[in-house]
Design a protein around this ligand. Structure first.
Ligand code: PLP
Length: 383
């Protein structure tokens, strides 16, 4: 067809084959494989993003999120975006220019929080631990005493190092110092104990593609009443329009649901199904499953003569950092696992580049048979 003076350039009209992706077993730091029921849910026919039946899906997601996070927080919903979008939503809403934000950095994702808080105008203070360690409560006490921050941000499951930061007593400590506690639970969510209300966590965010066994695309977020008080008494506007809680709340909450953005409808089906699976299994059993499969894996690694990077009491059940033995090329082993066994694992990066592999057993993938497959493949390659 010809328009008035223009001829369509057909050069880029290429004929690509029908999509056919390899059957990878995703045992890296995420994404993990989506549960088959989640994939089925995604394929469910669409309705509109304001359809009464979709509003019910949104309500289910919010209720089930409250179960998975053990919270009564009214504001508990998935941000349309990945875990970083949920992280940014927490920061954009909670941080006002000039606020002192103390970030406990135990790896790369703490650094990311610090960088985002800086961009939103915070007076960022950083305390650090070597990659592979966590803060003791006394260290957090001293830092709060010294910096007197408005917000303390910690990463519960640090995916770059495989460390789980103990959090049980941190919320109480923060209240002593009249400070809000913000927690990154991107890797710990639905894989390890986390009690938002009992641990007095004021804001928490996560992702869809790890413990929840969904594809990437949504970032669950929950704000408690102290965080909401701070947000509602802001002197300045939230700098991000897309992530502004007060606008989002009008879409997610109340009688009149007004358009804010077009929610990724089928991804919300996915997260609903992922959360349904969590509720069906029950948190206690789910956390135990992750712990037992991780321990089974750690024992298998020891049998192969491999060492974990993190002390057992601080290890994340969902993600293990395995030290690369001297003389072994970490990248070559990962490539061989992918090419010959269809198993994806990741290497370390930044301070742990070339020193560890990062191996995830998350959600649907946290199963004994996967551990056996991986250990067998690793053993063959290393021998
Ligand atoms: N925080 C942690 C601890 C993570 O592991 C990740 C991603 O792996 C993120 C934040 C960012 O999440 P996303 O990649 O979904 O944006």
């Amino acid at each position: 067809m010809k328009t008035k003076h223009l001829t369509i350039n057909e050069n880029r009209r290429i004929d690509v084959p029908q999509l056919d992706m390899p059957p990878r077993l995703l045992l890296g730091p995420g994404p993990s494989n989506a549960h088959p029921r989640v994939l089925q849910a995604i394929a469910m026919r669409q309705v509109g993003h304001l359809d009464p039946t979709f509003i019910q899906v949104m309500n289910d997601v919010q209720d089930l999120l409250r179960y998975a996070w053990q919270t009564d927080n009214g504001f508990s919903l998935p941000i349309s975006g990945t875990g970083s979008a949920a992280m940014e939503a927490a920061i954009a809403n909670m941080v006002e220019p000039g606020d002192v934000v103390l970030v406990g950095v135990i790896g790369y994702f703490g650094e990311r929080i610090a960088e985002m808080a800086r961009r939103y105008g915070a007076d960022v203070r950083v305390i650090e631990k070597p990659w592979g360690e966590a803060f003791a409560i006394g260290e957090l006490y001293s830092a709060l005493e010294e910096h007197r921050p408005a917000i303390l941000a910690l990463v519960h499951g640090e995916t770059s190092t495989g460390v789980m930061q103990p959090l049980e007593d941190v919320g109480d400590l923060c209240r002593e110092f009249d400070c809000l506690l913000m927690v990154d639970s991107v890797t710990s969510f639905a894989t390890a104990p986390l009690f938002i209300d009992d641990w007095r966590i004021d804001a928490v965010f996560s992702c869809s593609q790890k413990g929840l066994s969904c594809p990437p695309g949504l970032g669950p977020l929950s704000f408690g009443s102290r965080a909401l008080d701070k947000i509602h008494s802001r002197q300045s506007e939230v700098r991000s329009w897309y992530l502004d809680l007060s606008l989002l709340a009008k879409y997610w909450d109340g009688e009149t649901r007004s358009y804010h953005h077009t929610a990724p409808i089928n991804m919300n089906y996915a997260v609903r199904e992922g959360l349904r699976l969590v509720a069906e299994e029950g948190l206690e059993d789910r956390w135990t499953r992750h712990r037992e499969n991780a321990e089974f894996f750690w024992q298998g690694l020891a049998d192969l003569g491999l060492e974990c990077h993190v002390a057992q009491e601080l290890r994340l059940p969902a993600l293990t950092t395995v030290r690369v033995p001297d003389g072994v090329d970490a990248g070559a082993v990962a490539r061989q696992l992918l090419n010959e066994y269809n198993i994806e694992v990741a290497g370390g990066f930044s301070k742990l580049a070339g020193k560890v592999w990062r191996i995830g057993l998350m959600g649907f993938n946290s199963r004994r048979e996967n551990v056996v497959l991986l250990l067998d493949a690793l053993g063959r390659i290393l021998n």
